[in-house]
Ligand binder design. Structure first.
Ligand code: IDP
Ligand code: MG
Length: 148
């Protein structure tokens, strides 16, 4: 058996598609929303290219959220994202980054529209169910950080 990411096939459509790193955060895993969230992405035409359950430790969390170091919510964010298992996945489709963020809804779950993932399942500005890369540059960096 070979790890799927090492296989010779190009499932993503010969470079036409954009990739994003999605994290199903610990609150969503506890709420048993893994299947619901993956279904939403698949129904929107995303291909799940790689996926794993991961207990994010403080070191990985600090690297992933490096841009927020020094902000007043940083410690709260790190405690939250390290509070249990997450699911990290590489998803792809056309305009994956923009479309994923539309589907997620705005950062503050209380302001996110109904029908978005955060609007339907999030609690507040910290506990907000999912992460999605915000640019091609971040996607590349984040995919490397989580999947090598
Ligand atoms: P994003 O996840 O929508 O891209 P970012 O600004 O990159 O939002 O923030 C990263 C994560 O940090 C958010 O998803 C949320 O969990 C948390 N966060 C963002 N802003 C705040 C805040 O003002 N207070 C508390 N937590 C925050
Ligand atoms: Mg962000």
């Amino acid at each position: 058996m070979i790890n799927c990411r090492d296989c010779i096939h190009d499932c993503s459509g010969a470079g036409k598609n954009e990739k994003s790193l999605i994290i199903i955060k610990p609150d969503a895993v506890r709420k048993k929303l893994i299947g619901e969230i993956i279904s939403r992405f698949e129904h929107e035409g995303f291909l799940i290219e790689n996926m794993k359950m991961v207990e994010i430790n403080k070191e990985l969390a600090s690297k992933h959220y490096g841009e927020h170091k020094g902000k007043d919510f940083f410690n709260k964010l790190i405690n939250y994202i390290t509070s249990g298992c997450s699911v990290a996945m590489v998803v792809s489709r056309e305009n994956a980054i923009k479309r994923a963020r539309e589907m997620m809804g705005t950062t503050d779950s209380r302001k996110a529209k109904k029908g978005t993932i955060r609007g339907d399942f999030g609690e507040d500005v910290t506990i907000n169910v999912v992460h999605g890369s915000d640019s091609e540059e971040s996607a590349k960096k984040e995919i490397k950080l989580f999947f090598g």
